[in-house]
Write a protein that binds this ligand. Structure first.
Ligand code: UDP
Length: 366
C-alpha cells in the first residue's frame, strides 16, 4: 500500500512524524512518502522541525509560499494533481486544518484516491475561522476519519458522516510529545533565557481574530505590562504577529516591556519551556492539547474551542476576548494555586499513530 502524507505548516510536522515512523516499521505493508507544500517554508517554522522530528527530506517540495487563501489553495492543487497522477498512491493522508489539508484532500478525492483525515471532527462552530472551513470540507470528502476526542464522534454524526468511517484513535500530536519526553526534560535549557522552573509564563498569539487588528495588539501589550509585574513572560512571536506589530507601529512598545521576546522556537525547546512554565497564555490549537497532557494551566484567548476535551477534562480555560482585567484576575488566581488540575483524555497515550497504521493495514489487506 502506498500512502502519501501531506505537510504544509508548523502544526502538521509533529503530527505526521509519528505516523511516518509507524508506517516505516511495516515496510512490507506500507510505502510511506511525504509531500511538503511549502506553506510554511522558513528555517524557524519548517526546516528545524524536519531535523528535530527525524522526518526525512520530503519526496516532493512544492514551495507554494505565501499568498491569499485562494492563491495558496490553487497553487497547491495545481502542483499536486500531476504528482498524484504519476505516483498513484492508494491513500492520501492529511492532518489538522490548514489550507494544505483541504487542498490536498480535494485533489485526491477528485482523482479517485482515498483520503484519510487525522484530527477529524473537531469543530469550533466559528465559521469566521479559516481552519473551521478547512475542517468541515475535509471531513465531508474523507474516507477514513481519525478522531482525537469524543466530541469528534458527536460532531461527525450530526453531519451525517457514516459511523464506519470514524475511528477514535487518540492524538498524534501527543504521540510526539510523549516520544520526546527525555529530550524535553532538562532544565538546563532554561538558563539561556535566565529563567527557572515555574518562575515564568509562556505566551503565543497568532490567530487573525487577536492579532490582525490594532485593538487586539494593544490589549495584548496591556496584558503583558500588568502580568509582567508578577512573573517573567517568554513570548516566541509568530511571523504573522510580528508582521502586524511592525506594520501597526507597536513593535517598539512591546520590546520596551519587561518581556523575553524570541523568534518562533524549535519544537524541543518550546516543549521544554512549556513543561517547566507556571502557565501558558495562548490562542493556538495544539498548545491547548499539549498543556492538558503536560498538566500545565492554559488560558486560551478564543470564544470557543474545537478541542473541548481540554476544557472538560484538561487544564484549559477559555477567555472569550482580550479583556485586560479579566485576564489578570484569572492569571492571579492560577498563580495563587487555583489552576485546574485536569486529567489526560482517553487514548492520549503516545500510540495514536500505531492505531492509525493498524486500522489502515486491516482495511486495505482484508
Ligand atoms: N510550537 C513550536 N514553537 C513555538 C510555538 C509553538 O514548536 O515557538 C509548536 C507547539 O508545541 C505545537 C505547535 O507548534 O506543537 C502548534 O502550532 P501553532 O500554534 O502554530 O498552530 P495551531 O495549533 O494553532 O494550528
Amino acid at each position: 500500500m502506498k500512502i502519501i502524507s501531506i505537510v504544509g505548516a508548523r502544526p502538521n510536522f509533529m503530527k505526521v512524524a509519528p505516523i511516518h515512523r509507524a508506517f516505516n516499521r511495516t515496510p512490507d505493508k506500507i510505502i510511506s512518502k511525504i509531500i511538503h507544500t511549502g506553506q510554511h517554508f522558513d528555517e524557524k517554522m519548517s526546516q528545524i522541525f524536519f531535523d528535530e522530528l527525524e522526518l526525512p527530506v520530503p519526496d516532493y517540495f512544492l514551495g507554494v509560499g505565501q499568498g491569499t487563501h485562494t492563491e495558496v489553495t490553487a497553487r497547491i492543487m495545481l502542483d499536486l494533481e500531476p504528482i498524484f497522477q504519476n505516483e498513484k498512491p492508494d491513500l492520501v493522508l492529511v492532518v489538522g486544518d490548514v489550507t494544505s489539508t483541504f487542498a490536498a484532500a480535494i485533489v485526491a478525492q477528485r482523482n479517485g484516491i482515498k483520503v484519510a483525515h487525522v484530527e477529524a471532527g473537531l469543530r469550533s462552530f466559528d465559521r469566521g475561522m479559516p481552519e473551521e472551513i478547512n475542517r468541515l470540507l475535509t471531513d465531508q470528502i474523507s474516507d477514513y476519519l481519525f478522531i482525537t476526542e469524543e466530541s469528534g464522534m458527536i460532531n461527525l454524526a450530526k453531519e451525517n458522516i457514516p459511523q464506519e468511517k470514524i475511528f477514535f484513535v487518540g492524538n498524534c500530536m501527543i504521540d510526539s510529545l510523549a516520544y520526546y519526553t527525555d529530550k524535553t526534560s532538562n532544565t538546563q535549557h532554561l538558563a539561556k533565557y535566565g529563567i527557572e522552573s515555574k518562575d515564568y509564563i509562556i505566551m503565543t498569539m497568532h490567530r487573525p481574530s487577536n492579532v490582525d487588528h490594532e485593538q487586539g495588539l494593544i490589549n495584548i501589550i496591556s496584558i503583558i505590562k500588568e502580568i509582567g509585574k508578577r512573573k517573567k513572560i517568554v513570548f516566541p512571536v509568530h511571523p504573522r504577529t510580528s508582521n502586524k506589530l511592525e506594520s501597526m507601529g507597536l513593535m517598539e512598545e512591546l520590546k520596551s516591556l519587561n518581556i523575553i521576546l524570541t523568534e518562533p522556537l524549535a519544537y524541543l525547546e518550546f516543549v521544554t519551556l512549556m513543561r517547566y512554565s507556571s502557565l501558558i497564555l495562548t490562542d493556538s490549537g495544539g498548545v491547548q492539547e499539549e498543556t492538558t497532557y503536560l498538566g500545565i494551566p492554559c488560558v486560551t484567548f478564543r470564544k470557543t474551542t474545537e478541542r473541548p476535551v481540554t476544557v472538560d477534562l484538561g487544564t484549559n480555560i477559555l477567555m472569550d476576548d482580550l479583556n485586560v482585567e479579566k485576564t489578570i484576575q484569572t492569571v492571579n488566581s492560577i498563580l495563587d494555586g487555583h489552576g485546574k488540575k485536569g486529567t489526560i483524555p482517553p487514548y492520549w497515550d503516545g500510540n495514536a499513530a500505531i492505531r492509525i497504521r493498524d486500522i489502515l493495514i486491516q482495511e486495505f489487506y482484508s
